[in-house]
Design a protein around this ligand. Structure first.
Ligand code: FES
Length: 370
């Protein structure tokens, strides 16, 4: 390290002909205006120093303003957290999560930003800066080292016999060629597209089979017990249950059951009829407020398995996507980009039945590309 070269150019030759030096950082404008002992003195003497004093006072006031802004934003953050956000369930409920995130995040950002700007002005305008100088070594090797490397390389090549033994050379190149191509082959995994395969679940097959037997649709069975569900079994508003199409366990080869169950898994919710808003064209898809949605979150496919009875929100625990069960499972919060697909329901002989497959692909939105 040296401090005898005060020039701030990036690569400065030294007067004594030694190794070039590199100055790191930009010089502070305070260097020429410093009020501290050791700072470079202005040429105009006392008058200039008075000017610096006035400028420093101004900078001091500006810094203080930024610190006051940071203080106010921090106090507002705490006040909002404790007080205002407590209303109507506040940030501790689901209703105002978006709003509280905006205000809390905004105020914290403002506090940190104001603090950072204040400190930066303080350092730049009111403090002296010392150049830090790093010795740089010439990157080029000496002629002697280069010649020695070339000689070693040629000696190694001659010793390997790669020029004298064409069989080895050619088979080596032959072996290396497919290795170079291997990454290109992996590109094949980007396709083919799934086509329409993901647009169908076992609900569609089961409904077709039931309708071919003269029925209205396939019965819903409770996941785990396989018990067909009567409307009267599920008449209390606020309940949620996981259902599957009847026959999924028996009508499929064993190796396909798990995949098909994973795609067909559905949540059944009894939403209070007076709060239910059927989507346009889906007025007949519910049974007195009993409505069925895919359980696979449209974000990245976790099971949306939590239901909040008081708000009628379906929650996905993975990234907190929230869907409104009273309003066609529209997204009210979180990263999911589209509602949970809805399954059309009807009643047959007192049992709940599905009358068709889902009308859109279940699961993450990117599956729609198929
Ligand atoms: S998978 Fe449901 S929110 Fe991410």
């Amino acid at each position: 390290m040296s401090d005898d070269n005060k020039d701030t150019g990036s690569h400065e030759p030294r007067e004594d002909g030694g190794t070039p030096e590199r100055v790191i950082g930009t010089p502070s404008p305070a260097a020429e205006k410093s009020l501290l002992p050791g700072g470079a003195a202005p040429a105009e003497g006392a008058a200039a120093e008075e000017l610096d004093e006035a400028s420093a006072k101004r900078a001091e006031r500006v810094v203080a303003v930024f610190f006051l802004i940071a203080f106010a934003a921090s106090v507002a953050f705490i006040a909002y957290y404790i007080g205002w956000s407590g209303r109507d369930g506040g940030m501790h409920g689901i209703h105002r999560t978006r709003e509280s995130n905006l205000w809390l995040g905004g105020m914290m950002t403002l506090a940190f930003l104001a603090m950072a700007v204040g400190v930066t002005i303080w350092v730049r305008r009111l403090m002296t800066s010392k150049p830090i100088i790093q010795e740089r070594h010439a990157p080029r090797a000496t002629e002697e080292t280069r010649a020695s490397f070339a000689a070693d390389f040629m000696e190694g090549a001659a010793d390997s016999g790669i020029t004298k033994r064409p069989l080895l050379r050619r088979t080596l190149l032959l072996a290396a060629a497919p290795l170079g191509l291997a990454p290109l082959v992996l590109l094949r995994d980007l396709g083919p597209k799934p086509g329409t395969r993901l647009r169908h679940t076992f609900w569609g097959d089961a409904v077709k089979k039931a309708q071919s037997q003269g029925k209205k649709g396939v019965r819903l069975v409770v996941d785990g017990t396989d018990r067909p569900l009567r409307v009267s079994d599920f008449s209390s508003p606020g309940g949620m249950i996981t259902v599957l199409p009847e026959g999924i366990e028996h009508d499929l080869p064993e190796e396909k059951v798990l995949t098909q169950v994973a795609k067909a898994v559905t949540i059944l919710i009894n939403v209070p009829a007076d709060q239910f808003k059927p989507a346009k064209g889906r007025e007949n898809w519910h049974v007195g407020g009993i409505v069925a949605y895919s359980k696979i979150c449209t974000h990245v496919g976790c099971p949306a398995a939590l239901y909040e009875q008081t708000t009628h929100h379906i929650l996905c625990p993975c990234h907190q996507s929230t869907f409104d069960a009273t309003d066609a499972a529209k997204v009210v919060f979180g990263p999911a980009a589209r509602p949970l697909p809805q399954l059309p329901l009807a009643v047959e002989d007192g049992y709940l039945v599905a009358t068709s497959d889902y009308h859109e692909p279940i699961g993450p939105s990117f599956w729609e590309r198929g």
